[in-house]
Design a protein around this ligand. Sequence first.
Ligand code: DC
Length: 221
Amino acid sequence: MIVTIDGPAGAGKSSVTRLLARRLEFEFLDTGAMYRAVTWCALDQGIDLDDQTALRSLAEEIDIQFEDDQVLVNGTNVTTNIRTPEVTRNVVAIADAPAVREHLVQIQRRIAKQGNFVCEGRDQGTVAFPDAFCKIYLTASAHSRAQRRAEQMEATGEFVDFDQIVREQETRDSQDLARPVGRLMKAEDAVEVNTDQQSLDQVVDRLEKIVKARMEELSNR
Ligand code: DC
């Protein structure tokens, strides 16, 4: 069984996915971490991010493993390395590369065959798992998404410039929406959930109800 959660950056997908998976006793898959892992590896190896042939080879050779909350690339723990501003700035080149996407989607499908999964990203309900039994599209206003990002940065002691966060968010949104393959899009059969003014628990409660109702519906067929 696959539940997909897509949506823009900052809508709360990551925390919601982990908690929802725990409640459902499903595994979770953070597909953004996979694009970040390839980006980190490309930067580490000095690969030209415009060289599509080199990116394809990298995607075919890279070994990405998830162990609990940790991300391993070719055996190296890169959990913190993939969240640096440098990786965040450069990940668009990797997410825009069709050959990389094609390969990562194959890996996502292979991983998800190993159990019941909540899969989080931009294209999970549209490209990776169009037949998923339950699809969620998580949204929030631009202001509350930026606010969430600011709170995360504050919590890690980073300097917060709210206007800059808003500008970077606008850039990421337009990059996510413009991507020729796998762009951010609500699947036709996805349920849209807005997380504004909702606590994390309230959102997870709501999603749990949606998923369970869908399970019930399918078992009555
Ligand atoms: O969710 P995130 O910020 O960790 O994602 C990192 C980047 O990867 C972001 O630029 C969007 C992209 N991405 C994607 O194109 N498709 C996915 N399924 C997940 C993430």
